[in-house]
Design a protein around this ligand. Structure first.
Ligand code: ATP
Length: 360
């Protein structure tokens, strides 16, 4: 089967800022791909180069088997959904969605055909009944659906979404996530969705691509990226790992917080640098009273409780290390009562070596 997208050796600099550095990526057809990375890692630049809004300095983009060299943006068969939607405020929902069909340069559709297609799309994104409302007379979530419908109605082979849910509040964002997934599955086209949010990437993407300083740091299914981040930086972006820097020697990883035996831990090789990192997930740490010990096959450190933060279904507790730095512990409230720790009191933080990842 032809790949939906093939990107090879893409580089792009702005002056002396390297936004993309030799990026290669192959995306199969009919996939939901999340593109994740910290601010400035090159996500938007990558989308803009794929879409044809930006010329790369080097490299090639192939969409559905067709090389895109010198193909202008509007002839690439790519749809683009922006965060700010860029809708026409004075036009109705229906006119916004049909705009690209009747006003395109190549083969504009006859109004009757365009009408039928717009009607189907309005039903698909759940806007039936709102066809004649103006854009300023509908809600943020409905605008998001108009923006999506306007792109999908042109039947693109690939849809690029740049933080499409960023302008929505948390509740709506969660609802739109599952809607986006469902719409994509019904149409069977490939979505490449940029997000700064690791939860969003992990919740939505069949495949997660992580960018780090203009380079691809990891590509994999959501579970494998989550369970086995390829580098300390990827672990850091995922915001679910405590990272300790230090050095590996023999069977021990030595950090300022303590010496961790590594037998049983997951090993990730990062090119033989001496400076390494040791990662343990927030939700794999057990908190015990300071007096309670640990069994020989557990790792234990001591720290001082600072505060807890509730985030809906879970609570994150922060513990200060004597050597400086914080350890975060996440408890899911579905299978535990909310923890009650005392401020400034010391606790033992315990985990199993199998739940740690050693980067060295
Ligand atoms: N037009 C431009 N001129 C100069 N520098 C640019 C331009 N566009 C992007 N950059 C720089 O290129 C790098 C990558 O930017 P890009 O917008 O692709 O990152 P991003 O991952 O999308 O970030 P964010 O999540 O903050 O949107 C950044 O250092 C940015 O400052």
């Amino acid at each position: 089967m032809t790949n939906a997208l093939l990107v090879s050796g893409l580089s792009k600099s702005y002056g002396n800022v390297v936004a993309l550095d030799d990026v290669s990526l192959r995306i199969a057809a009919d996939r939901y791909v999340s593109l994740l990375g910290p601010s400035g890692s090159g996500k938007t630049t990558l989308l803009r180069v794929i879409a044809g809004f930006e010329e790369p300095d080097a490299g090639q983009v192939v969409v559905a088997g067709r090389p895109m060299d010198r193909v202008p943006a509007h002839r690439r068969g790519i749809g683009f959904v922006f965060q700010n939607f860029a809708l026409f405020p004075h036009l109705s929902v229906k006119e916004n969605i049909g705009f690209g069909l009747v006003n395109r340069e190549e083969a504009p559709l006859a109004p009757r055909l365009a009408d039928a297609r717009v009607r189907d799309m309005i039903a698909l994104v759940g806007l039936t009944g709102l066809e004649s409302r103006r854009i300023d007379q509908i809600s943020g979530g409905q605008r998001q659906r108009v923006a999506l419908a306007r792109t999908l109605v042109t039947e693109p082979k690939l849809v690029l979404l740049d933080e499409p849910l960023g302008a929505l509040d948390a509740n709506l964002r969660a609802r739109m996530r599952s809607e986006l997934r469902a719409i994509r599955e019904r149409l069977g086209i490939t979505f490449l969705h940029v997000t700064g949010s690791e939860t969003e990437a992990l919740a939505m993407g069949d495949t997660v691509v992580v960018l780090d300083r203009g380079r691809i740091a990891q590509v994999g299914d959501a579970a494998s990226v989550y369970d086995r981040p390829a580098s300390p930086n990827v672990a850091r972006f995922l915001s679910c790992y405590n990272l300790f820097t230090g050095e590996l020697a023999d069977d021990t990883f030595t950090t300022a917080a303590g010496r961790f035996p590594i037998a049983g831990a997951v090993r990730q090789t990062t090119g033989g640098r001496r400076e390494g990192a040791y990662a343990v997930r927030y939700d794999r740490i057990e908190v015990r009273p300071a007096g309670a010990g640990a069994s020989p096959d557990e790792v234990r450190i001591e720290a001082t409780f600072v505060a807890s933060e509730y985030t809906g279904a879970s609570v994150t507790s922060f513990f200060a290390l004597d050597a400086g730095g914080m350890v975060e512990v996440e408890a899911h409230l579905s299978h535990r009562a909310p923890p009650a720790y005392t401020e400034r009191q010391r606790y033992g933080l315990v985990w199993r070596p199998q739940d740690a990842i050693v980067f060295a």
